[in-house]
Design a binder for this molecule. Structure first.
Ligand SMILES: [Zn+2]
Length: 186
């Protein structure tokens, strides 16, 4: 998920790993269901670190592996954008256990730059996921965290937020994208 406004990343410490490029719609990897992760090894831990750094570099508060062309059920979220270690979540094979209430807020996506639309989501969610060691844990999220969890888990199922808006709004968004593509801005 994209942040509302650009945040300065200059103060962030140097990162030795790879910063992955975020793929844009309509890359077919974004429409695919990601594969379950079965190996919880050093390679996975490294990938998760790279995903966090790629997310910060792209000014995001959430990033799913399909967005860096890796079709696996891995996502990272930090709605504090690097300010609070306790709000950093790496979720492997996440499952939405419960979702209640309703919130309608503007949403953006790193794979759909410049596009922001109001999307209805649950207000509260409970998600179960594995950590990089393969241990199961639960996250309770409300408001922005609930939205980020649902947005990122959608990515693992090949669903984008523009799939959750009205057909008319989606048509307008696609028209805007086509125009940007034509102008070489996409
Ligand atoms: Zn997204």
């Amino acid at each position: 998920m994209a942040t509302k406004t650009a945040i300065k990343t200059a103060e962030r410490k140097k990162f030795a790993g790879k910063i992955h490029e975020v793929v844009k719609w309509p890359d077919p990897v974004l429409a695919k269901r990601g594969a379950e992760v079965t190996e919880f090894d050093a390679e996975l831990a490294q990938l998760v670190e790279e995903m966090f750094e790629s997310m910060y570099a792209a000014q995001g508060i959430g990033l799913a592996a399909p967005q860096i062309a890796i079709s696996k059920r891995i996502t990272v979220i930090d709605v504090s954008f690097g300010k609070d270690e306790a709000q950093k979540y790496a979720l492997i094979n996440p499952i939405v256990v419960s979702a209640d209430g309703k919130q309608v807020e503007e949403e953006g996506c790193l794979s759909l730059p410049e596009i922001r639309e109001k999307v209805q989501r649950a207000e509260r969610v409970k998600v179960r996921a594995q950590n990089v060691k393969g241990e199961w844990f639960e996250v309770d999220g409300t408001e922005l965290l609930a939205r980020a969890l649902l947005h990122e888990i959608d990515h693992l199922d090949g669903v984008l937020f523009i799939d959750r808006i009205s057909r008319l709004k989606r048509e307008l968004v696609l028209r805007k994208i086509r125009k940007m593509q034509k102008n070489g801005e996409w």
